[in-house]
Ligand binder design. Structure first.
Ligand SMILES: [Mn+2]
Length: 350
């Protein structure tokens, strides 16, 4: 099977855009298109191990092999044996990869503006941004850009926020008074004029992640925080429903930020701050599939993938699969293998 330049599509051949999506510019964005953008930074990490700057390229490479499977399959259709349903990529018109947004490795505020400006450009044109981090500072400028773009499309938009992470990233300041880093990003988002505390939710937290100041905020504003343990007790679909009832209540859009370290360090070792009471990889994929059913989700990022910390490559592949799962209905259609008829998206697994 041939790729855009006639080369065989394989994980080590050609230009690794996300899922081999076409490389696009801002003018190519159409209403409803999924637009992938990278933010290759780790300048927001102030306590931990670096390497997230290689995340966007790593996730793109990780995603590439899944496209090659679709391309070599007869009728570009693979069959899920649990359901006997065929899965087919809708085609290149559904998604584009716009490359990496403007960053400044020496100046985090310049990076902030570059990312916010880039994401707002995507949203203004009707694209659904899928931002590849980068450390988890990225969600703050990305949300800022998302809010700016929404403001250009609608007066006084209201936005909900779902933070999927082992950590709350809700510090007001972290280490030496820094207010702009990967531990403060959800707090900075909470200060945006388009969002209310009542529309903020966290999912997948691991136990003791708040200090006393954050705990007071949690109590005073009745913030919705669901731990990994609670999620497993409730069941993934019910937990997703619960957090989205908060994040999606009376809003125009929900922005979802995903930290790959929500997955246990045994299955997601390529990340800055591994935890060891996290959810499993298969539970993460179920969580992403559950989220794919909510159309109110109109902006996504996935952060903290650090390829150099995982020479096995499992983390980049998991991140790529997670994104393909949350984007499922946007990118794939399902086919009745008996009749060949398109049945509408019904979920899938690779
Ligand atoms: Mn985290």
């Amino acid at each position: 099977m041939e790729g855009p330049k006639g080369e065989y599509i394989n994980s080590y051949v050609g230009f690794p855009t996300f899922f081999n999506a076409p490389i696009i510019g801002l003018d190519d964005i159409e209403e409803g298109m999924t637009v992938v953008a990278g933010v290759p930074i780790d300048q927001g990490i102030n306590l931990g191990r670096l390497g997230a700057r290689f995340g966007p390229r790593g996730i793109r490479e990780g995603s590439y092999k899944y496209r090659s499977v679709q391309e070599v399959a007869e009728n570009h259709t693979t069959v899920d044996l649990d359901t006997n349903i065929g899965v087919r990529f809708k085609g290149d018109h559904t998604m584009g990869d716009i490359g990496d947004l403007k960053i400044s490795p020496q100046d985090i505020m310049e990076t902030t503006e570059g990312v916010a400006s880039g994401v707002s450009d995507i949203v203004r044109r009707g694209g659904l941004p899928v931002v590849l981090g980068g450390d988890h500072y990225v969600c703050y400028p990305s949300f800022e850009g998302f809010a700016r773009g929404m403001m250009e499309r609608k007066s006084n938009p209201r936005i909900g926020y779902l933070h999927i992470d082992s950590h709350a990233d809700f510090w007001d300041q972290l280490q030496a008074g820094s207010r702009y880093n990967h531990g403060t990003s959800a707090r900075r988002i909470s200060e945006n004029s388009t969002i209310s505390y009542k529309n903020m939710a966290w999912l997948g937290l691991n136990g003791a992640v708040l200090d006393a100041e954050q705990y007071r905020m949690y109590k005073n504003h009745s913030l919705k925080m669901v731990t990994a343990r609670m999620m497993m007790e409730k069941g993934i679909e019910d937990a997703v429903k619960e957090v989205l009832e908060v994040a999606a209540d009376s809003v125009d859009a929900v922005y979802v930020s995903i930290d790959i370290d929500v997955v246990d360090g045994s299955e997601s070792p390529g990340t800055t701050a591994c935890v060891f009471q996290g959810i499993r990889a298969r539970e993460f994929l179920s969580l992403m599939s559950a989220l794919s059913q909510y159309d109110i989700v109109k902006g996504i990022d996935l952060c903290e993938v650090s390829p150099p910390l995982d020479p096995t490559g499992r983390t980049v592949h998991l991140a790529a699969l997670g994104l393909l799962s949350i984007l499922g209905p946007r990118l794939f259609e399902t086919v009745d293998m008996e009749t060949g008829k398109v049945t509408g998206y019904q979920g899938f697994s690779y």
